[in-house]
Design a protein around this ligand. Structure first.
Ligand code: TRP
Length: 455
């Protein structure tokens, strides 16, 4: 007889784990960095629209497919339709997960580095943006530090994934997410009261200027919404596979989208006022938030403690996300290839570590990787755009078609209705998943191919 699949220990435990996957560097590092590069408020608005339409619909679709099949990102497809070619969507997702993990953990490593920098008082009494920049570049430009911290973070991720689902992941997410939330509110208040320049930051962040919107804005905003919600590569299929049949998936999906979006918007409210106050450029790139945050801590009584605590919590938030990234290939290898959890976690972790080395040395340490020819991006930015925007968007397109048309919306609705017998929004969901999401995505992709503006 087949062993019963592990399940989340409670309903709220699952929501915390899914929110833990969604909330992470995507909200606090990537969202302000993308907003800064894409002209501010108009980007934020488009991101918001994508998050609550395509994002929410796809979140429910992935969770539903996962719960019905009780399988990993690959096996989910073949379980609901045996032998289907759509399993390659799962394979793409698994590879995308490893690729995202590879550079994500590099940035998570910087966060860990910042815990030590803050606690040792390196940011005390800073006066200018140049110093903040120099401290960041010093950390990321040293190949050994960057690779070492990246390796450390992968090792931590492996350790938690080894512990299995319920024990490892739930325990972490439950306690620390609410604390992070409270801290962000405090920081937003401080940032908004810093002084002159703050209003310019608010305007940049909240007053849309649509003349700056181009096709790149659309694809990046959609990519950001998917990235932030951990969608488009099967992470939520995998997490859904551990959900009990009596849970209400609609409530879970809505809660996760709500909190994830709230945290991202809050992070922008922390970063942009302070950024304009200190006189940094919003187009600062991958280092943006690392240059701004220490400044705010320095202007708070007890900033050393708050700052250290913040980077510690941010590291934990990143960890609850990297766990979900690693869990995708791991649960594939366990289900389909009968590997032990231990071998799968260590094996895929090592692969992600090796794949991440070029990203780790692409922020100054290696001149070629720091500015790739033709596209003018660093290797890390390139991976971020290729996998974070394009792979996830293509994955989202294919998953929405699969659930909406191939497996079929009726089957999907039936699965949602277990645990939610009065599924009131099924029409809206059906239309969004079957028409809105695929049509929007196809239009964006065609436009990009026609204009050739890939990066
Ligand atoms: N959503 C996470 C964040 O915002 C990152 C993440 C975890 C992710 N799992 C994912 C992104 C799966 C895309 C796909 O930090």
């Amino acid at each position: 007889m087949e062993k019963q699949r592990e399940e989340w220990q409670s309903k709220i435990g699952f929501i915390f784990a899914a929110a833990g996957s969604a909330i992470g560097l995507g909200n606090i590092w990537r969202f302000p960095y993308m907003t800064g590069l894409n002209g501010g408020a108009a980007f934020v608005l488009i991101y918001l629209i994508f998050a609550v339409t395509i994002g929410l619909a796809l979140m429910l679709a992935e969770l539903t497919l996962g719960r019905r099949s009780r399988k990993n990102a690959y096996g989910a497809f073949t379980t609901v339709i045996p032998g289907t070619r759509w399993r390659w969507v799962g394979a793409l997702g698994i590879f995308t997960g490893l690729a995202i993990l590879s550079f994500y953990s590099v940035v998570a490593g910087w966060t860990v580095g910042y815990i030590f920098k803050t606690v040792s008082g390196q940011f005390v009494g800073l006066t200018g943006s140049d110093q903040l920049k120099a401290i960041f570049l010093d950390l990321v430009g040293n190949p050994w530090t960057a690779i070492g911290l990246h390796g450390l973070f992968i090792a931590l991720t492996i350790l938690v994934v080894l512990g299995g689902i319920a024990k490892g992941i739930e325990r972490w997410s439950r306690v620390l997410m609410p604390v992070l939330f409270a801290l962000l509110i405090l920081l937003a208040i401080r940032s908004l009261t810093l002084g002159p320049g703050v209003e310019k930051g608010l305007k940049f962040y909240l007053k849309p200027d649509f003349s700056k919107v181009g096709i790149e804005t659309l694809i990046t905003a959609l990519g950001q919404a998917l990235f932030s919600l951990s969608l488009g590569m099967g992470a939520m299929i995998t997490y859904g596979s551990y959900v009990s049949k009596s849970d209400n998936l609609v409530t879970s999906a809505t809660t996760v989208v709500f909190f994830d979006t709230l945290i991202a918007l809050l992070a922008g409210l922390v970063i942009f006022p302070a950024l304009f106050y200190i006189g940094l450029e919003p187009q600062g790139g991958a280092g943006l938030v690392f240059m701004v945050l220490p400044l705010i801590f320095d202007k708070i009584p007890g900033g050393l403690i708050f700052g250290t605590g913040f980077f510690l919590l941010l590291s934990v938030a990143a960890l609850t996300s990297t766990i979900s990234l690693l869990e995708v290939p791991v649960s594939y290898l366990i289900d389909e290839k009968k590997w032990s959890r231990k071998l799968a976690a260590i094996g895929t972790g090592v692969v992600a570590f090796l794949m991440g080395i070029p990203s780790a040395i692409s922020q100054g340490a290696n001149p070629f990787l720091s500015k790739l020819p033709l596209i003018d991006l660093s290797f890390l930015d390139f991976m971020n755009a290729l996998f974070g925007n394009y792979s996830l968007t293509i994955g989202a397109l294919l998953i929405s078609i699969f659930v909406g048309w191939v497996w079929g919306i009726h089957n999907a609705v039936q699965e949602v209705e277990q645990g939610n017998p009065q599924f009131r929004y099924r029409k809206v969901w059906s239309v969004t998943l079957r028409y809105v999401a695929p049509i929007c995505i196809v239009i964006i992709l065609i436009y990009i191919i026609v204009t050739g503006k890939f990066f």
